[in-house]
Every structure is written in structure tokens, then in C-alpha cells.
Design a protein around this ligand. Structure first.
Ligand SMILES: [Zn+2]
Length: 199
């Protein structure tokens, strides 16, 4: 940002007194504009043995498949945001249980946090929203694994299909680190209850 949202004066970047990080500060009214991570919320919509995926119609990763997800809006809860994104991107109505929180991904390199909730499709009445080119149901053996848009989506799908035989879906938290040469590593940090298989 170049100009203050309050008084339109110039913005400088420096470490304010008592702080330890450079901030955007207005030279006139001295307002500090903090920049904090953004939350992305989405769902894993299930119908019988299938998962609903959206084919992205927008960059990044246009043409790749993803779970319905997007940035939280002010004034809504994370679950409300996930339900809204599912309606907007997939035209889908879903049912969510109280224990539906499933995966949490910290992405410190790009200043984002992703949350996915497990959900049940309420009916088969779904259709692509403006950010989607297509919406479809996939069984595990039909998932276009090499065409999945984001590692957080791939990881959520993999854990879901691994958990499903046990019907035990612990909440898992991961750190996703973007390394050199475009490598991305996803590390499990914690889960809500002991996993069935620790191997
Ligand atoms: Zn100002």
C-alpha cells in the first residue's frame, strides 16, 4: 500500500516503537496498518462413496481440481464461510456435523491458514459457480490425483480415504513449507486423538 486509508497521506515501512517487525505506517496520522495471515475455509463434501470436486475456472491452477474453499469474510464463522464457499463454487447444499472440523494447514510462507470441514451433500442438485468450470463426484479410484490443484487438497483427500474404513476422523494439523526449487513439504504436527495406525 502507498497511501493511508484514513487520511490519504504517504505510507512508510518501519519498525514502530515497542514492536519488532516492520509495519506500514502513515507519515501523517501514524496509523499502523498490520498485515496478518488470511484464513481459507472449505469443505470435503461426501455423497455415498464419492467426493465432490470443483474444476477451477480461475488462476491460480485454472483447470485443476479442488475442494470448494475460499477466503473467510468478515462477520462469519469459519464453518459459515466453508458452507458459503461450497454453495458459491459448487452450487451445493451440505449437512455438517458438530465434529466436522477435519484438517488445518499452516502455510507461513504465503501467510495463509486453511481449514477443511467434512460435510455430507444434502442432495445431487449441484452446479459449477462462476469460479468453477465443472463440478463432479469422484470415487477414490476416479480421483484425478495428478490434476489436484493444491497440496492441502491432496493431503485432505488422502487422509479422508485412509480414515474412511475406520470411520474415525481425527482433526489433523499440518505445517506446509514452501522450500527452494518450488518444493512443498507437508508435515503432520498434531491430531486430536491417537491414530489407529501409527506406522
Ligand atoms: Zn493517515
Amino acid at each position: 500500500m502507498k497511501f493511508c486509508h484514513h487520511c490519504a497521506a504517504a505510507i512508510t515501512v518501519h519498525i514502530p516503537e515497542g514492536d519488532d517487525k516492520p509495519r506500514h505506517v502513515c507519515v501523517a496520522c501514524e496509523t499502523i496498518f498490520y498485515q496478518n495471515p488470511k484464513n481459507v475455509v472449505g469443505t470435503l463434501p461426501i455423497y455415498e462413496d464419492k467426493v465432490l470436486l470443483c474444476k477451477r475456472a480461475i488462476e491460480p491452477r485454472s483447470g485443476k481440481w479442488t475442494l470448494p474453499a475460499g477466503f473467510m469474510e468478515n462477520g462469519e464463522s469459519s464453518l459459515e464461510g466453508a458452507i458459503r464457499e461450497t454453495r458459491e463454487e459448487a452450487g451445493a447444499s451440505i449437512r455438517v456435523a458438530n465434529d466436522s472440523l477435519y484438517t488445518l494447514f499452516n502455510l507461513p510462507n504465503i501467510n495463509q491458514m486453511y481449514l477443511f470441514f467434512r460435510a455430507e451433500l444434502a442432495n445431487l442438485d449441484f452446479s459449477a459457480g462462476i469460479e468453477s468450470e465443472d463440478v463432479a463426484l469422484f470415487r477414490e479410484d476416479e480421483i484425478p490425483w495428478s490434476e489436484i490443484a493444491f497440496p492441502v487438497v491432496k493431503s485432505t483427500l488422502e487422509h479422508y480415504f485412509a480414515d474412511r474404513p475406520t470411520q474415525h476422523f481425527p482433526v489433523r494439523m499440518f505445517d506446509v513449507i514452501h522450500g527452494d526449487n518450488r518444493t512443498i513439504s507437508t508435515t503432520l504436527i498434531s491430531h486430536s486423538t491417537p491414530l489407529q495406525n501409527t506406522s
